[in-house]
Each structure stands twice: as C-alpha cells, then as structure tokens.
Design a protein around this ligand. Structure first.
Ligand code: NAD
Length: 540
C-alpha cells in the first residue's frame, strides 16, 4: 500500500457498569469461574517460542491464599542472554516497519482486549490482584486499551514534528528507536502499566524485555497472548518472568541496554539506577532511565471545603483498591473547624464498606496483594496501637485466615512530622493531621515538605484565594494535582500521570512526553544543488 495513514482519533474506552442483568456481568462471572478453576502454566517466551525452565514459582489469589492460580517458569541467565540476542536481532527488521504497521498491531491488541478478551482480562485481574469488577474494568480493560490507542496517536504526532527547511534544502528528523533493548519492569498494582511499559517503546521501533511482577502474572500473561494474537512479531517483546536479581544482573550488565522503563517502588528504582551507574563504562550509549515510583499522596482541606465532597474523596481516594494505587490518598490535613463533621462522616461511611472476595460483587474492597504486604501493614497497625501520638479512629484490624485482608483504617496524629505522615504504607491506611484554621500558611509548608515524594495531591476549598495560594505553594509537591477532586483515577489522554522528587522521573505515562524518551532523533539535511566553489563571495 502506498499511502500516509492517519491514526484514528482515540477516545477513552467506555467503562462498562457490571450492574445486575448486564451481559458483561454474566461474562465476567463465567470467566472468573473458568480461570479460577484451572492452574495456568505460564512459560517464558523468547523469540516467539515458549520455554519451560525447571525452576517455577506458584501464584496464589490474595483473597484466598490457598487458591493456586498459576505456575510460572523462571528465566535462567542463559535464556535471558538468548532473549537479548533475539530482541536485538528482531529490531533490525522491526525498526524499519512502517509506523502504521507497527501501530496497527497495538491498535488491534486494544480491540481484542476490549472485545473477546475483556472478561478474561478482568477476571485475571480480579483473581490475581484482588480488584473488584469496577477496579478491574477501569484498569485491565479501559486504561490498557487507552494506553495502546492514545500512544499510537501521540506517536503519530511526534513523528510529524519536523524542522523548517529553506529553499534548496530539505531538513528532516528521523525518529530512530534507541540502539539496543529496553528493560521493562512492571508493578503488580495495574495490569495497564504492565502492558504499557513494554509496548510504548515498541510502538516507536524499540524492542523490549518485559519482566512482569510475580503477583500480576496471570493478567500480564493473558495480555502477552493478546499481543501475539494481534500479530506482534517474535522477539520484539520478550516475556521474561524471573527472579528479579537474576534478570537485573544479566540485563543491566549487558552493553546493549538502551533504556529502563520502570514502575514500582522508589527503593527498587534507586537500585536499578545504581546498577546502571556501576556499569556505565560498558554501554554503547547512555541508557534512558524512566521510572515512576512511590508516593505519599495528600489531600489538603481549607476551612471553606465542601465537607461531603471532601469525605467522599478521602474514602474513595484512600480505600479503593485497598489503598494500593500509587496515587492513593494517604495523608490529609483537615482544619479544626470542620474536623468533627469529617470524622463523623468517615466513621459512619467506613462502617458501610464491605471487604472480602471481590468475586462476590457486593464488595467495595478486596485483599492486599500478598503476605509481605499484609505483614508490613500489620506491623504499621500494631505500632499505631502502641503509639501515644497516634489514635485509631476507624478500622485498625486485619485478618489473614483466608486472604490478606486489612481493614480501612484512619489514623489521627497530633504530630505533623510523625512518620505516618511521610512513609508510604501502600495499603488502606489514611493518616490525618488536624490543624488550627489560622495555621493555613504553615500547613502549606507542611504539605510541601513532610514527605520526600511528589506524586499526587488535592486541595478542597470553596475559596478561590486559597486555591490560588495552594497552587503556588504546592507547585512542586505533586505531578498530578487536583482541585476539589480526589487524588486518584487519572485517565489517559486527560490527566497524564507521573510525579517528581522521590516519585520518579515524571515522564508522564500515556502521553507524548513519555514517547519522546524512546526515540533518538537523527537530523538529515539534504541539499538539492550543493555549492561547487569553496570561496565565499566576500573574498572578492
Ligand atoms: P516493587 O518495586 O516491589 O516491584 C516493581 C517491580 O520491580 C516488580 O516487577 C518486581 O518484581 C521488580 N523488582 C523488585 N526488585 C527488583 C530488582 N532488584 N531488579 C529488578 N526488578 C525488581 O513495587 P510493587 O510492589 O510492584 O508496586 C508498588 C510500588 O509501585 C509502590 O511504591 C507504588 O507507589 C509504585 N507505583 C508507582 C506508580 C507511579 O506511576 N508512580 C504506579 C504504580 C505503582
């Protein structure tokens, strides 16, 4: 075909309701039953071929930890080496595919995901990551499809960005992929991020080795099969589940490492960055390091705040998906004048929240991801109970008899520098500091400086002057900032996501800013009628 294709204008994938009687509800229930009654065997996929190394791990369901969901083969060092060789060989062809053809693969994947695979992807996310039908739908179906479609659209815009030319000269920018492979390391908490980190670079002609998170393995493996069905050529994205240290040792010490696309905790990103620094002399170029990391996201209320809207934002922001969104509200600052009413609402509403196996669709919350997370949160709650500076005003309990369940909890402290106001717990725990109304100015400084992170934050105020004040003073305190809205729920194409300080490199996943990190531009100047005399006229 000879044509310059236009990528269709993307629109956000509509969110299905799963209300009683809807076809999507029946399809999801059937998929949960079917996926939940098998133990899926997950291979390593290198150059399109499935490998089953002898070392395996077992994946269980967070809400029923005796329920085995998958057996995952772990890539050994030699296979990882083959994966690097295979990917860099595959790139020789892939990078020369027409952009439209590459984009078509990922747009087809989005259509397959939203169509025949939707129920299975949501079921895998519900069973494996303990998301409710709504949380699974907005992540595994809608956000992932949005990433694929919007990235195709942004990549097209990026490729159109060209320099000026003058008569007799044609200037162009050739957006080359990075020379080498991208190491994509993905977190457990969003199936969509799992899919996005290897595919965004691949769309621009890069090749990637994808190390999925153990606890998101089932949904991530399903998505890999979607990519294969959509026509992704062998070797372009290698699926390499494995032990983190083994995978990182091999990949980070390889001279062909061209970039890291990471989402996860700040500590792991630090160790990856240090690993790259230690190997710097080996690389052919400077690897691009893109990492979206932790948060201690805030909600700040002004005395003029609408109290009902504030309480709803706190409840949804802190407890949806058990507080395991990087954007989850985990510290809030409430003026004394409205605190009694806010407290009353929080306590009354938390009593209404149902927590349990999300396969029962009446649940608002499921379990936290694994035993490690459960133990960490259990310790936080035990310490809070003993701490004279902390009062538990709601929740505080946890139970691991069947699944990893932690109650939605509100901790109140009189000390704004207490670690419950600065440390990321990554669970359903909201810390509250009540300030005197007249200390508004000081509280802005507290919000800005209490934690090392700067991911998301929100202000609730009906007073425009306070909104303006906070906007200036908190400019660097959050990469995603909300006015009179909860600090979670960013939508691709609408609120590009990412933060600064210890929250990452702020390269805004699902936006053109992220895609710029995966190209290495070459400038081409072509002259129609080049000069044939070296002497300039002024020489006489
Ligand atoms: P994690 O850091 O424990 O794991 C992330 C990934 O890194 C996993 O695949 C894990 O296996 C891998 N990993 C761990 N050690 C590694 C090593 N030494 N080398 C290579 N890979 C290694 O994070 P998690 O528990 O999966 O996710 C929760 C964290 O992610 C939270 O801190 C959260 O704030 C953050 N997060 C941030 C964003 C964002 O956009 N800023 C989005 C989602 C999650």
């Amino acid at each position: 075909m000879s044509a310059i294709g236009n990528i269709p204008n993307p629109i956000n994938e509509p969110i299905l309701s799963y209300a009683p009687g809807t076809p999507e509800r029946a399809a999801l229930q059937a998929a949960i039953k079917s996926l939940g009654s098998t133990i899926t065997e997950i291979p390593v996929v290198v150059n399109g071929k499935e490998h089953r190394p002898t070392k395996t791990i077992t994946v269980t369901s967070p809400q029923r930890h005796q329920h085995k969901l998958a057996t995952v083969h772990q890539a050994p060092a030699a296979l990882l080496q083959d994966a690097i060789d295979g990917a860099t060989t595959a790139q020789k062809d892939w990078e020369h595919w027409r952009f439209e053809d590459r984009a078509a693969v990922f747009m087809k994947a989005a259509d397959l995901l939203c169509g025949p695979w939707r129920a299975r992807m949501n079921a895998a996310t519900l069973l494996g990551q303990s998301k409710t039908p709504h949380q699974a739908e907005i992540d595994a179906a809608c956000e992932l499809a949005d990433f694929l479609r919007f990235n195709a659209h942004y990549a097209e815009r990026l490729l159109h960005e060209q320099p000026i030319s003058v008569p007799g000269v044609w200037n162009r920018l050739d957006y080359r992929p990075l020379e080498g492979f991208v190491y994509a390391i993905t977190p457990f908490n969003f199936t969509a991020i799992g899919g996005n980190l290897p595919t965004a670079p691949a769309m621009l002609g890069n090749v990637a080795l994808w190390k999925p998170s153990t606890t998101a393995m089932l949904s991530n493996w399903l998505f890999y099969q979607i990519l294969q069905e959509a026509g992704l050529p062998p070797g372009v994205i290698q699926f390499v589940p494995g032990e983190s240290a083994t995978v990182s040792d091999v990949l980070i010490s390889d001279p062909r490492l061209a970039g890291i696309h990471f989402t996860g905790s700040t500590g792991v990103f630090h160790s990856l960055w240090k690993g790259v620094a230690n190997n710097l002399d080996k690389y052919r170029g400077y690897p691009r390091l893109v990492g979206e990391t932790g948060g201690k996201d805030f909600i700040l209320a002004h005395p003029s705040a609408d109290v009902e809207a504030l309480a709803t934002a706190l409840l949804r922001g802190a407890f949806e998906y058990q507080g395991q969104k990087c954007s989850a509200a985990s510290r809030c600052y409430i003026p004394r004048s409205i605190w009694p009413r806010v407290q009353e609402l929080l306590q009354a509403e938390i009593k209404q929240i149902k927590m349990g196996d999300p396969a029962d669709f009446s649940m608002f919350m499921g379990a936290v991801i694994d035993e490690r997370a459960f133990k960490r949160l259990e310790q936080v709650l035990a310490a809070a109970k003993k701490d004279p500076r902390v009062k538990i005003i709601a929740g505080g309990g946890c139970n691991s008899s069947e699944g990893w369940f932690v109650e939605p909890t509100v901790l109140l402290t009189t000390d704004p520098t207490h670690q419950i106001m600065s440390v990321e717990f990554f669970g359903p725990i909201l810390s509250v500091y009540v300030y005197d109304d007249k200390e508004w100015d000081d509280v802005l400084t507290l919000v800005d400086t209490a934690s090392p992170y700067a991911l998301t934050g929100a202000i609730f105020s009906q007073d425009r002057a306070a909104v303006i004040d906070a906007d200036r003073r908190l400019r660097h305190a959050a990469g995603n900032y909300y006015v009179n809205d909860k600090c979670t729920g960013a939508v691709v194409g609408q609120q590009p996501f990412g933060g600064g300080r210890a929250s990452g490199t702020n390269d805004k996943a699902g936006s053109i800013l992220n895609l710029y990190r995966w190209v290495s531009a070459r400038t081409i100047k072509e002259t129609g009628n080049p000069p044939k005399d070296w002497r300039y006229p002024y020489l006489g």
